[in-house]
Structure formats: C-alpha cells, structure tokens
Ligand binder design. Structure first.
Ligand code: SF4
Ligand code: SF4
Length: 203
C-alpha cells in the first residue's frame, strides 16, 4: 500500500483521521497528545464521507484536530509536505490509499474507541458522565433543528452552561483549554455556528 502512495499529502489536506483501538497506545505514549484530539459525541450532526451525506453519529468518535479554518490535519507539515508523525500515523492513515477507497470502508464499519477507552482517571470519567447528562447533545441538536427563528431561552441557557462548565474545569482542575474539546466534545457554541446561529455573549 505504502509503495503505491505518492505521499503528496492531498488526503491530509482534506481531513483528519478518526482514531481506532490500535491508536490508543499512541496517546498513552504521548505521540498524539490530548490537545491535538477532539471528540464528536453520539447524536452530533456530521458529514459522512463514505455516504457522501449529512448524518447523525450513532456512536462517539475521537478524532485528530484539523487546523483552524480548514479541514487539514493538524499533523500535516506544509514545509516538508509530510506528516509530522508519519512513523506513528494512526491506523486510518496507514490503511487509506486514495486509489483504493474501498480499503477504508471496512475500517469505517469497525467500532471505534470512545473517551472512556482512553481516559484512565476515574474521577475525570465521572465528570464527563455528569457533563453528558446535563448537556444532552441529542436533545440539543433536536431543539436547534426545530427552532423557528431566533435562539430560545433553554438553548441559550444550555450553551452558556456548557461554556461555564468548561471554564470551571479549566480554572479549578487545571485542565489545559486545548484539551477541553477532547474531554467534553465540541462546544455547543461551535455546534450552533454549524447551523448558522451565533450566541451573543455579554460580559
Ligand atoms: S493516499 Fe493518495 S492523496 Fe494521500 S498522500 Fe497518498 S497519493 Fe496522495
Ligand atoms: S496523521 Fe499524518 S498521515 Fe494522517 S492525516 Fe494527519 S498528517 Fe496525514
């Protein structure tokens, strides 16, 4: 497979990989730091590259971040036009070859690791569980999609709660802000933006 790839980096510019169980070790060894990951929670609306359409996630996914304002993988190095962790690139990157997209289809159907498979700290898992229950993503997406016009109060309250929760965890527990989208998924304020909605936050 590697012999056929021209290593042009085109695929790395278009998207970042979703992690598989085989990749967890890369996190624990510090090759892929938590700050370079984010979580898509079950129920979130995503673009399904295989189906070529928008769908709702049935299971949680952990992905490598894209560079801000683009779909390019955070590990893609523009100068050398190469992957900065090539030797340790995730399974999806090792299997993918643009001329044989069918190779990836089998991987896509496999169960992927969730945050609970990666995080060893049981206290943090309890905090994530509490956040999941309070910030119910499926209910949130349903409410946003049924909005007729402006943001309503329950949605506004939940978005603010999510923001304050993250700030609290950052300041009180010392969790770096770059790791929060791994621990607690995409902020609701960002999801709102995907629907063309913006919350005006006054301080
Ligand atoms: S898989 Fe294809 S697009 Fe990706 S680096 Fe190789 S040749 Fe380029
Ligand atoms: S991890 Fe490396 S190989 Fe995989 S998409 Fe990112 S830059 Fe490309």
């Amino acid at each position: 497979m590697d012999g056929l790839c021209r290593r042009c980096g085109e695929c790395c510019r278009k998207s970042s990989p979703t992690l598989h169980y085989e990749d967890i070790e890369l996190i624990h060894r510090g090759i892929i730091p938590l700050k370079e990951l984010y979580t898509l929670r079950a129920g979130q609306r995503v673009f399904d590259n295989i189906k070529g359409e928008v769908d709702y996630l049935k299971n949680e996914l952990v992905k490598i971040k894209e560079k801000p304002g683009s779909h390019e993988c955070i590990f893609f190095d523009h100068v050398s036009i190469s992957c900065s962790i090539y030797e340790y690139r995730p399974l999806q990157c090792r299997v993918f070859f643009c001329e044989k997209p069918e190779l990836l289809k089998e991987l896509f159907s496999q169960k992927k690791p969730e945050r609970q498979d990666i995080i060893k700290d049981s206290e943090m898992l309890k905090i994530i569980d509490a956040h999941n229950k309070r910030v119910d993503i499926k209910g949130f997406v349903r409410s946003v999609e049924s909005l007729k016009g402006e943001l309503d109060e329950p949605i506004t309250e939940l978005v603010l709660y999510d923001l304050h929760f993250r700030e609290f965890i950052h300041h009180k527990l010392g969790i770096p802000s770059e790791e929060l989208s791994f621990y607690f998924g995409t902020p609701l304020s960002d999801i709102l933006r995907d629907y063309g909605l913006e919350l005006e936050i006054r301080i």
